[in-house]
Ligand binder design. Sequence first.
Ligand SMILES: [Zn+2]
Length: 229
Amino acid sequence: MDIPSQHVFSALSDKGVTELHHANSVATACQFLRSKALMSRGTVERLGLTQTAQASDEADRRYSIWFDVFVDSVDIHARASRANAYGPVLFVFDLTLIDRNKTGRIWVTKENPTKWSGKSDEERWFRDKDELARDFVRGQFDQMIVLRHCGGSLPFGRHLKKIVLDDPKLKTDEGVDIYSMAVGALRLAMQDANIDVPIERRQCNANCRCEAYWESDDDRLFKMFDPKI
Ligand SMILES: [Zn+2]
């Protein structure tokens, strides 16, 4: 069910997609910055690098997508007015990230892998550019772009435009502002890799539920924001 990257690029471009997004924890985001690449969960694990456990890990392993790299066509936090479950750090890339030979062929899900049980391959994946042209909907969260043939690692070079970071407006027990701590860690990782892109504090919609989400679970908060986990 793989589709040439050029076909995916033009189909998404026709639908008005100009950016690709990838959300993760602060610790994993720092690893990506230091490597100047997005890495699959399997690759990070194999390299013995730090990584934050995700609720989807079990489903990812079950469907052998553990070595794939996922990106979204929209900013889910902004769109859904809730925190992104994959993490508070959002990498924003221009669409040309996938308009290159290096990317190889790309797979696009019709459904989130957590809903794949009992589904056929045709129900899980888009088949070709015609089906994409007909049924891909910008902002449909289940339709994820999966880079399966980049060896579990996708160098992003100049395609990273910026990072958008959630501000939980909370402090650690020692009184350290959590947003500032995360910015510091991301800046340091960028410095090490010679990357210089803006980090924007996320501006939420008035009805956004993310603050309550971060406030309600300390374990989750630190798992996602602590640079050393
Ligand atoms: Zn929010």
